[in-house]
Design a protein around this ligand. Structure first.
Ligand SMILES: Cc1cc2nc3c(=O)[nH]c(=O)nc-3n(C[C@H](O)[C@H](O)[C@H](O)COP(=O)(O)OP(=O)(O)OC[C@H]3O[C@@H](n4cnc5c(N)ncnc54)[C@H](O)[C@@H]3O)c2cc1C
Length: 457
């Protein structure tokens, strides 16, 4: 039997698995989290319930395919549960790494380890209830700065301004190194929080940066910026509601200044000059002019990086992929060993594991599917390899003291969560730690066995 292993059961891994299984190969998913879905389950905004439910349904259909096998709660990596070499010893024909971008980007600032300083992905994992982040301290205060102006930054602002049960925020300040014409968030995302903006304050901020932007050929007049990014502010009578959302452009974090308890108290920011590069893009260059801002929470939403702990060779932009000189614009999915300068046969990356923090679910899905096409072609030409079967792999994982979660376990967990939601009169319920999930699975199994043992009336 030729079996294909997929590391990671987010959108890229699951949609890749679907095509590989459809091509007739046994497909084995190894996933760090107990549940499948990756950022579609634990990143996408909790209130986008319809989108999440639709994706969950599609993911369940993939896992229901008879030749797809799921091992949740298994983290692959040289420092984790199962190494790449151990996977290889199970005789797989190919491995797709679709494990996303689990590392966090740091700027190397002094004070970066202060309390109250978080990476965006960890913070969204927390409010989306992914263990262990769900039960870790991600306390927020009244004055919160979010670095970055993409959709993730606006999702976080939305959570803090609108939906967090704590409701502590007085002000959320979005800090961006470039100007207002280089905003990256979508219109539909800012709409959720626009009513927290002050029109007067935004006009003042645009005035503050207008000369620096003009030197780079950018017109940041309120009329232009509002037309493109803040439609509601076009109305001069626009009334804002607390808590306040504000923006600070052309500013880069320079230092984090903690208080006596080690929690962030102030953030030093450098004023940036905007410079036009030869290719027409801009670069933000920090100047020596600085200002200190009072904040008690700081969240970096500046993208993620690949986790070197997985054990794949690393290049300058994350996991190294084969150079593609004949088709420079086309993505390359093959893992590349930069020292030996050769393609690692049968090793592929897809989704955010190929290109960190890039694109929505549809993009990750497409990436997984294109990658699957290449894998199918490779495996069809590869010799027979006698990949271990599901039970043999389960036995190997258990021998290592691991507790893999199977498709049948996921079914029991879903039943337990539905029961819990009903008891608490909620639309949905998620267990916040792995032990609670394992207990729920065991109880649900016992309940089912009890029912099947009951004598017929
Ligand atoms: C805050 C936020 C909000 C978003 N909102 C939207 C939205 O509204 N709409 C939209 O379309 N897209 C949204 N996205 C983007 C979308 O979530 C991604 O495009 C998509 O999830 C990327 O898929 P992926 O499979 O490549 O990676 P991921 O979704 O990150 O999945 C990676 C999988 O790999 C597993 N894994 C990680 N490390 C290992 C390991 N070492 N061993 C085994 N398994 C491992 C993880 O458990 C996970 O299941 C959002 C992203 C973020 C961060």
């Amino acid at each position: 039997m030729k079996g294909v292993f997929v590391v990671g059961a987010g959108p890229a891994g699951l949609f890749a698995a679907r095509l590989i299984a459809r091509a007739g190969y046994e497909t084995f998913l190894f996933n760090r989290d107990i549940k499948p879905g990756g950022l579609a389950e634990y990143g996408i905004y909790p209130l986008k319930e319809k989108m999440k439910a639709g994706l969950r349904k599609q993911f369940a259909q993939v896992l229901d395919m008879p030749n797809v096998h799921y091992f949740g709660n298994i983290r692959v990596g040289s420092a984790y549960d199962v190494t790449i070499e151990e996977l290889e010893s199970m005789h797989c024909a190919a491995i797709i790494f679709a494990c996303g971008a689990q590392g966090t980007r740091k700027l190397g600032l002094s004070g970066e380890n202060a309390k109250g300083v978080y990476a965006a992905k960890d913070f969204v994992y927390h409010y989306n209830q992914l263990p262990p982040y769900a039960s870790m301290d991600f306390s927020t205060g009244r004055r919160i700065a979010v670095i970055g102006m993409g959709n993730v930054a606006i999702d976080i602002a939305r959570w803090l301004l609108e939906d967090t049960p704590e409701k502590r925020a007085h002000n959320v300040l979005v800090i961006a190194r470039r100007g207002p014409l280089e905003i990256k968030f979508d219109e539909k995302e800012i709409e959720f929080v626009e009513r927290h903006l002050s029109r007067r304050e935004m006009v003042r901020e645009l005035e503050r940066v207008k000369e620096r932007c003009a030197r780079c050929g950018q017109d940041v007049s309120p009329a232009k910026v509002f037309e493109h990014h803040f439609l509601q502010l076009k109305d001069e009578g626009f009334a804002s509601i607390p808590p306040r959302l504000s923006f600070r452009f052309l500013s880069s974090p320079a230092a984090i200044l903690p208080d006596a308890n080690g929690r962030i108290a102030r953030l030093a920011v450098a004023e940036n000059e905007l410079v036009r590069k030869e290719d027409g893009s801009t670069a933000a260059i920090p100047t020596s002019e600085r200002r200190e801002i009072e904040v008690d929470t700081l969240i970096f939403a500046i993208g993620d990086k690949h986790d070197a702990g997985v054990g794949l060779p690393m290049g300058p932009e994350g996991y190294a992929t084969a150079p593609n000189p004949d088709h420079p614009g086309e993505p390359s999915f093959e893992v590349w060993d930069p020292d030996a300068r050769f393609v690692m046969p049968g090793r592929y990356v897809a989704g955010w594991a190929r290109h960190a923090s890039t694109g929505l679910v549809g993009v990750a899905r497409h990436d997984g599917e294109v990658c699957a096409g290449k894998v199918i072609e490779f495996v069809s030409r590869a010799p027979e390899c006698a990949t271990l079967g599901e039970q043999e792999i389960l036995a190997r994982l258990k021998t290592k003291g691991l507790c893999p979660v199977t498709r049948a376990d996921l079914e029991l967990l879903a039943q337990a969560e539905a029961r819990e939601a009903q008891a608490r009169q909620l639309n949905s319920f998620k267990f916040a730690d792995n032990d609670a999930m394992f207990n729920a699975i065991a109880e649900e199994r016992a309940r089912m066995q009890g029912q099947s043992l009951k004598p017929a009336a």
